[in-house]
Design a protein around this ligand. Structure first.
Ligand SMILES: [Fe+2]
Length: 651
């Protein structure tokens, strides 16, 4: 009897005290998810005085402190929020830990001006907890996730990397030419990194850090040329992935197809501590359309720095790899390093002139997730200068069809005498132009840009002084850069001077064509603004050397045969080609002249016929992960009624 007394007291108190609020209920369905990216439905009721600032916190691990959410959504994004009840659907990415959800009440008077996100929006307050949900977990036999392919130094190989929650069991890759006969088996190596490997906050702080799981790396060997291979990754004990396929490289073919961009990032179906890149969804969607349309032609993706924009918030890497998997499980996904993977105050190479260039953009990751989650050809590396593993994937090259592709790092030493400079010089001088008549060099920070990007000027000066002569001497066809979140194509150029394009019957000069392709997803960038010291003197009209500037998100598509290389700029709003340049194996630029682009007509490349009518295919293939984001977009629109994000500049 004595043990029941408090309960009866509570009931009696509640009955005779009408001001006691009814409890808020919060439920989630389902509580077990089969695959990363599957949606859940969160429902609540019983909020007696709903406010626009009531919010739902998303937690993983579920016992995280109140202010260590991974993200939040305002309840007012549900159309029925004013009634005190509502629901929200969210796709959940597997973070190898359970999720839980909490509802908080937050008043405008409680806004803390000292707790801001990167856009200077106040982070929501956690004083008044109204309800907490049950936990949500992922099923146990789902197999590895975040699958992505890459070329190795051998043309008859394909690397596949993937992630598991624990390192308990050996993981394998099984593959073969027939979907139901994956008889070849290779063991994968495994690696992980620790919180202590991170160099600064937020990456090494308790808000940003999450267990990254185990990274597995397997290489499929002895592949035939230009054949479709099927593969799975996993193990009998831990489960197998679904079956994926790719086209192996065909080094006898002279055809080359690649999709290239920089600065794409990822996005989340909730607000978090930093801005994410919604446009990355469309970039991946259109590239997937192109890949589906290609059928049995090999291709690859090139993402030239500023990869996930996680910047120390670990779960954004998980979102990134989940988002690219529909593409990266089908074609090799190649990368080079950007400031947002790397820069931190004590990075090893930081000469005096670079003090304002190499700042804190890596969010304390100091290249560690980038170095372990990818494994590019070439074995280049630099010491991190801490206990962390070396920084790798810095510079490398490979041939595909008619093109020799070179990747470089603008974040580590590239000056004469450095390992990287020696690599670039030797690599460019030893290209067999009979085999690969075209050479495409890629790096993150541009050698040429007309954007309002003054901070990097000392770096550009050194690139122009030391690298441009190498590029010109060795007749580099194309130089592709990111970092500036726009598309800009230059004339064939040397020392700011356009080479002749033989439009008037004169001799032409095979100078490199520089193109900035950082329009993959990140939106921090004023569009060709006036210079700060010339507010009334905008940089329009364009300098003569800049032939096309576009502000639209998208990507470029490279198609080459032994005779001709075509680079097209595809815009995300319509998936159509908006600019194009064609270069012959002699180095002569045969289209993309000023006259060609002056009428702003939509340019149709030779690729266009592939693409027509194929959009329906891609939507089916991309549907699982993206549908959640469609509903998210609607909710964000609703959120914007009550919250206007401020924007700061960052690249
Ligand atoms: Fe950048």
């Amino acid at each position: 009897m004595a043990t029941l007394t408090p309960f009866f007291l509570f009931v009696i108190f509640s009955l005779f005290n009408p001001s006691t609020p009814s409890p808020v209920s919060l439920s989630v369905t389902p509580t077990v998810l089969a695959a990363s990216g599957d949606p859940i439905r969160i429902q609540w009721s019983g909020i007696s005085s709903p406010s626009k600032l009531d919010w739902l916190g998303i937690y993983s691990p579920p016992d995280s402190p109140h202010d260590h959410f991974i993200g939040y959504v305002f309840l007012s994004s549900s159309p029925t929020w004013l009634s005190g009840s509502g629901s929200i659907s969210l796709p959940l990415v597997n973070l190898r830990s359970n999720y839980s959800f909490r509802i908080f009440q937050w008043a405008e008077s409680e806004v803390d001006q000292h707790r801001m996100d990167q856009d200077h929006n106040p982070l929501p307050g956690t004083t008044h907890l109204l309800a907490e949900s049950q936990r949500v977990r992922f099923g146990l036999t789902r197999g590895p996730e975040q699958i992505h392919l890459a070329f190795t130094d051998k043309e008859d190989e394909m690397r596949v990397m993937f992630l598991t929650e624990d390192g308990g069991g050996k993981q394998y890759v099984r593959f073969g030419e027939r979907k139901n006969r994956l008889h070849e088996v290779v063991a994968a190596s495994m690696a992980r990194y620790e919180r202590e490997d991170m160099c600064e906050s937020p990456a090494n702080g308790s808000i940003g850090w999450r267990d990254p799981g185990w990274i597995h790396d397997g290489v499929m060997t002895n592949l035939k040329k230009g054949v479709r291979y099927y593969y799975q990754v996993g193990s009998d004990s831990g489960g197998w992935s679904s079956t994926h396929s790719f086209m192996s490289r065909n080094w006898d073919s002279d055809e080359t197809i690649a999709f290239l961009f920089g600065d794409m990032g990822t996005t989340t179906p909730y607000s978090t501590f930093i801005r994410t890149q919604e446009e990355s969804i469309a970039t991946m969607k259109w590239i997937l359309r192109d890949i589906e349309t290609l059928g049995d032609k090999p291709a690859f993706v090139s993402h030239i720095g500023d990869i996930s924009y996680a910047r120390g918030y670990a779960w954004l890497w998980d979102h990134f790899f989940t988002q690219i998997e529909p593409v990266a499980s089908k074609v090799a996904y190649h990368v080079c390093i950007g400031n947002h993977e790397y820069n931190w105050p004590s990075q090893p190479w930081r000469p005096m002139w670079s003090q304002r260039i190499y700042g804190t953009d890596g969010g304390g990751e100091c290249g560690v997730p980038y170095s372990l989650k990818f494994n590019m050809p070439g074995n280049s590396s630099e010491p991190t200068g801490t206990q962390a593993p070396d920084t790798r994937n810095l510079y490398y090259s490979f041939g595909m069809g008619a093109v020799h592709f070179v990747y470089m790092s603008t974040e580590t030493n590239f000056l004469p005498g450095s390992k990287q400079y020696n690599f670039l010089k030797h690599d460019l001088e030893s290209v067999d132009r009979k085999k690969t008549p075209f050479v495409v060099v890629q790096g993150h920070r541009p050698m040429y840009t007309t954007s309002n990007e003054y901070g990097d000027a000392p770096l550009r000066e050194r690139m122009l002084e030391h690298l441009e002569p190498l590029f010109v001497k060795n007749k580099v066809t194309l130089a592709l850069w990111g970092h500036v979140h726009r598309y800009e194509r230059f004339c064939p150029v040397n020392n700011f001077t356009c080479g002749s394009m033989e439009q008037n019957g004169e001799d032409w000069e095979a100078f490199p064509v520089h193109v900035v392709i950082g329009m993959g997803g990140q939106d921090w960038q004023p569009i060709w603004e006036p210079r700060p010291d010339h507010p009334n003197d905008p940089i329009f009209p364009q300098p003569k050397s800049s032939l096309y500037r576009g502000g639209e998100f998208g990507y470029t598509r490279l198609v080459a045969t032994k005779e001709k290389l075509t680079l097209s700029y595809v815009g995300n709003h319509d998936g159509e080609v908006h600019d194009m340049v064609e270069i012959l194996s002699s180095g002569q630029v045969v289209s993309g002249h000023e006259a060609d682009v002056a009428d702003h007509a939509l340019v149709h490349s030779t690729f266009s016929w592939y693409v027509k009518g194929a959009s329906v295919l891609v939507l089916g293939a991309f549907i699982g992960y993206v549908l959640g984001f469609v509903s998210r977009a609607r909710k964000e629109a609703a959120m914007r009624n009550s919250w206007t994000p401020m924007k700061t500049e960052d690249i």
